[in-house]
Design a protein around this ligand. Structure first.
Ligand code: 13P
Length: 249
C-alpha cells in the first residue's frame, strides 16, 4: 500500500523564527498511520525547522537543489550542503522555478538526476497552464514534461514522487476538481507504466497540488491515484496546516 504524503511548500515565506514557531505547533499533531508529513521551508529556515522536527515524524526538505557538485555557481545550494544538514527530501521542477526562473525540462532533468544519484527523495512537479488546459492539451503537455524531465533516468528502485500541479490552480483558489485531479494522476500513472512497467506504476506516489485546503483535501485523498497533496498557502499557518494533517478520512 502506498503511503500518503501531506507536504507543505512554504515557497519564499516564513523566516527561521517563524519556522521554529510553526514547527513547534505541528510536531504536536498526531500523524495518521500510513501517512508522511514533510515541510519545505526556504533554505535559511531549514536548520531551525530541523532542530524542532528532530525526534518527530515530520520531515524537513528543500525547495530546490543545484544540478552541480560545487564551484562557481553564485546563489546555488548543493546536494552536499543539504545532506550535511540532514535534509533528504527535495522538490524539483516546481512551476514557479520553471516559469519565473526559466528552468526548462533539461535543467529539471539534471537536478532530478543529481538528487536521485545522491539518494534524495525527489518530488518532481508537472502541470499545464490555463492556455493549455483551455485547448484540452493537458495530457500531451504533461506526458511530454514527464518524458523530458526524466530523460535517460531509470527511476526504477529510486525514491521519486511525482506531483501534478496545474498552474491555473496554484495560488488562485481555483481548485482542480477531485475528479479532474484523479483523471490526470491516473493518466500520469498510465504513462509511468508505459515507460517503466507495471511494478513502478503501482509503486510510484503521485501527489496533487493547487489550492488544496481543508475543504477539498478529503475528496482528493480518497481518490485511487492520488497519494497525497503538495500544499502552498494552506501550509503557512499552523491552524490551516493542522486541519490538513487531521483531515477526515
Ligand atoms: P497553493 O496551495 O498555494 O495553490 O500552492 C500550491 C503549490 O504550488 C505547492 O507547491
Amino acid at each position: 500500500m502506498r503511503k500518503k504524503i501531506i507536504a507543505g511548500n512554504w515557497k519564499m515565506n516564513i523566516n527561521h523564527l517563524e519556522a521554529e514557531k510553526l514547527l513547534e505547533d505541528l510536531v504536536k499533531c498526531d500523524i495518521k498511520d500510513n501517512h508522511e508529513v514533510i515541510v519545505f521551508p526556504p533554505f535559511t529556515s531549514i536548520p531551525a525547522a530541523l532542530k524542532v522536527a528532530l525526534n518527530s515524524e515530520i520531515r524537513v526538505g528543500a525547495q530546490n537543489i543545484s544540478q552541480y557538485e560545487n564551484g562557481a555557481y553564485t546563489g546555488e545550494i548543493s546536494s552536499d550542503m543539504l545532506l550535511t544538514l540532514g535534509v533528504k527530501d527535495v522538490i524539483v521542477g516546481h512551476s514557479e522555478r520553471r516559469e519565473i526562473f526559466k528552468e526548462d525540462n533539461e535543467i529539471v532533468r539534471d537536478k532530478a538526476k543529481k538528487a536521485l544519484e545522491d539518494g534524495f527523495h525527489v518530488i518532481l512537479c508537472l502541470g499545464e497552464n490555463q492556455e493549455i488546459r483551455d485547448r484540452s492539451k493537458e495530457e500531451d503537455f504533461v506526458k511530454n514534461q514527464l518524458i523530458n524531465s526524466l530523460k535517460n533516468i531509470d527511476i526504477r528502485g529510486k525514491n521519486i514522487i511525482l506531483a501534478y500541479e496545474p498552474i491555473w490552480a496554484i495560488g488562485t483558489g481555483k481548485t482542480c476538481s477531485g475528479e479532474d485531479a484523479e483523471k490526470m494522476c491516473f493518466f500520469i500513472r498510465k504513462t509511468i507504466k508505459e515507460l517503466y512497467g507495471e511494478d513502478e506504476a503501482s509503486l510510484i506516489r503521485i501527489l496533487y497540488g493547487g489550492s488544496v485546503k481543508a475543504e477539498n483535501i478529503s475528496d482528493l485523498m480518497a481518490r485511487d491515484n492520488i497519494d497525497g497533496v503538495l500544499v502552498g498557502g494552506a501550509s503557512l499557518k499552523s491552524e490551516s496546516f493542522k486541519k490538513l494533517i487531521n483531515y477526515e478520512v
